[in-house]
Ligand binder design. Structure first.
Ligand code: KIV
Ligand code: ZN
Length: 558
């Protein structure tokens, strides 16, 4: 079969010369309706059990959804049983309205009302398909035919509702496959339904416009919604809802633009589970609003519990790069990103607007930790390595050592072809810089200053075996270098030297780092100690000790 784009036709967008939606900004959250338990469930390899549905229902309630489509009870016995369980076990909070879907067929409508008997308040969601393709190829029916099905269904719904007056009824109608329906046809059918239900006379009505299949770019969908918004009768008395699917990967964008185009309400599912490529992802859209300073009126702070529950009941794992919810979405491996994140986090103040490069929102808002943000692999630069050492061990490195050590880390990451955690990075730092070579441990010192000169007497060795070095110089480092040069005839020069006090969280209170030239070769070392002089002396001894390839003969000092 040839891969041939000429098989397909471009979608013809409606003419919208006066489109207004591009100038709109979403300033408040739409009404949300979670359809996980119906549309999401219909798409599962293994549909949810009643117990699983109950678990997901409780999660949706805890997140703050006030409208939840709980099933298609006329089409499925478990859905029927679940709706009954919700009502009979009094599981629906006062401020939550359940919704059920029904096709526009008398017996299915009757069964759906039976499922809802005893509910305090409920949305009866009626649908029939209106698209050109379905009219021509599936039903072999004209526009009047699909309009009559909708009108008859609407009348049947109204009649059953009147017979169950103890429930507060909301009626919802969807011209299924709206995106494949000519706009004048969609308006004709929808308006005929509105005429039956008469929202202007007080009956709450929702008109839901589904992108049952996403067939165009989101701007075209927004044009269609805006057109319907301008052409539905009794508009001010009803809610316009949208229900987008993700065939082109733009379901969230389409819903957002639809809200700009006048939609009051959005249907979707957590993590976008649903038919084919899924429904509109409620998590992403709500968090998009949140990241713009708009209260989504949903609480997604416990993202781990949300993903765990959704994964358990759908048996679908969350992609590690899923917006806001994925394991890796707040992680930076790239060196330049890590560097920028570290600098921004240092300057971010608790009371100022969030302004951190590469992190559109604060990971802590979703129960994530900064510790996860920077992770080290072969792509990471010095910024990330420094961040991990600072974060996990309170160790700050001078710039020259950052550069040198990040090469060590990178080499190790390349060799292991994987990620290095904080402990592995610290172990590398110990091996390459902190560990004093055998026989090169500082055992004690005596430093006396006489004017500009320092007289130093330093004991170096290993346990009881030690050697006494004495010399003078302009400072302790200078004195020790002179003593070491005299001792072994080496040419020793200090290339870089830094000492610093350490913050809380480390056992030592000072660190010194040196980079020395010993007989023309470079050796670096670092040392931690309780005072800066000890750290400095040990760092110099370690660097020179590393230069001495073969272990020295220890000299016993009597
Ligand atoms: O995608 C769709 O069109 C639906 C309707 C039944 C609303 O799920
Ligand atoms: Zn759907």
């Amino acid at each position: 079969m040839a891969f041939d784009h000429r098989k397909y036709q471009p979608f013809t967008p409606p003419a919208r010369p006066q489109r207004r939606w591009p100038d709109q900004v979403i300033g408040k959250a739409p009404h949300w309706c979670a359809v996980d338990l119906r549309d999401g469930n219909q798409a599962l390899v293994k549909p949810m059990t009643v117990a699983q549905k109950m678990r997901l229902f409780d999660l949706l309630v805890s997140i703050g959804f006030k409208e939840i489509e709980v099933g298609f009870p006329a089409a499925s016995q478990p859905d029927f049983d679940f709706v009954r369980a919700l009502i009979e076990q009094d599981r629906i909070p006062e401020d939550v309205t359940i919704q059920v879907l029904t096709q526009a067929r008398d017996e299915l409508i009757a069964r759906s009302f039976e499922a809802l008997r005893g509910a305090r308040r409920a949305v009866m969601h009626l649908y029939n398909s209106t698209s050109r393709t379905q009219r021509e190829r599936v039903f072999r029916m004209d526009v009047a035919g699909v309009r009559d099905i909708a009108v008859h269904g609407a009348q049947t719904v109204a009649r059953h509702a009147a017979a169950q007056p103890d429930t507060q009824w909301v009626f919802q109608y969807s011209p299924e496959s709206f995106t494949g329906t000519e706009l004048d046809v969609a308006a004709e059918v929808v308006n005929a339904v509105v005429d039956v239900w008469q929202p202007a006379q007080g009956q709450p009505v929702i008109i839901n416009l589904p992108a049952t299949v996403e067939v165009s770019s989101p701007n075209v969908f927004a044009d269609m919604v805006e057109w319907m918004n301008d052409n539905i009768v009794q508009r001010e008395h009803l809610q316009i809802s949208v229900h987008t699917h993700n065939d082109r990967g733009c379901a969230v964008a389409a819903a957002e633009l639809a809200v700009m185009a006048g939609a009051d309400r959005v249907e979707g599912t957590l993590m976008g589970n649903g038919e084919r490529t899924g429904n509109m992802d409620l998590v992403t859209m709500a968090m998009n609003l949140y990241s713009q300073g708009v209260d989504p009126r949903l609480n997604l702070a416990n993202m781990r519990e949300i993903t765990e529950t959704v994964e358990a009941v759908t048996e679908i794992s969350t992609h590690p790069r899923h917006p806001y919810a994925g394991e890796l979405v707040f992680t930076a491996f790239s060196g330049s990103h890590q560097d920028a994140i570290r600098k921004c986090l240092v300057s971010q103040q608790p009371d100022e607007p969030w302004d951190v490069a590469y992190l559109p929102i604060d990971p802590r808002d979703l129960g994530r930790r900064y510790e996860e943000v920077v992770r080290i692999n072969s792509q990471s630069g010095k910024g990330g390595v420094l961040h991990v050492l600072e974060r996990d061990f309170g160790i700050t490195l001078p710039r020259w050592l950052q550069i040198e050590f990040s090469r060590v880390v990178q080499r190790q990451a390349e060799e292991s072809a994987g990620e290095l955690d904080g402990a592995a990075i610290h172990a590398l730092f110990e091996t390459h810089y902190l560990n004093a070579p055998v026989n090169w441990q500082l055992q004690g010192y005596d430093v006396r200053r006489d004017g500009d000169t320092v007289e130093a007497s330093i004991r170096v060795g290993n346990g009881a075996v030690a050697e006494q070095l004495t010399a003078s110089g302009k400072g302790v480092v200078d004195a020790l270098v002179s003593a070491l040069e005299a001792r072994a005839g080496q040419r020793i020069a200090v290339e870089s030297f830094d000492e610093m006090a350490l913050g809380e969280g480390t056992r030592a209170s000072a660190m010194a780092c040196v980079r020395m030239q010993v007989d023309g070769e470079i050796f670096s070392a670092a040392a931690l100690a309780d005072d800066t002089t000890s750290a400095t002396l040990q760092a110099v001894l370690s660097a020179v000790g590393r230069a001495t390839a073969a272990p020295r003969q220890a000299v016993a000092v009597g």
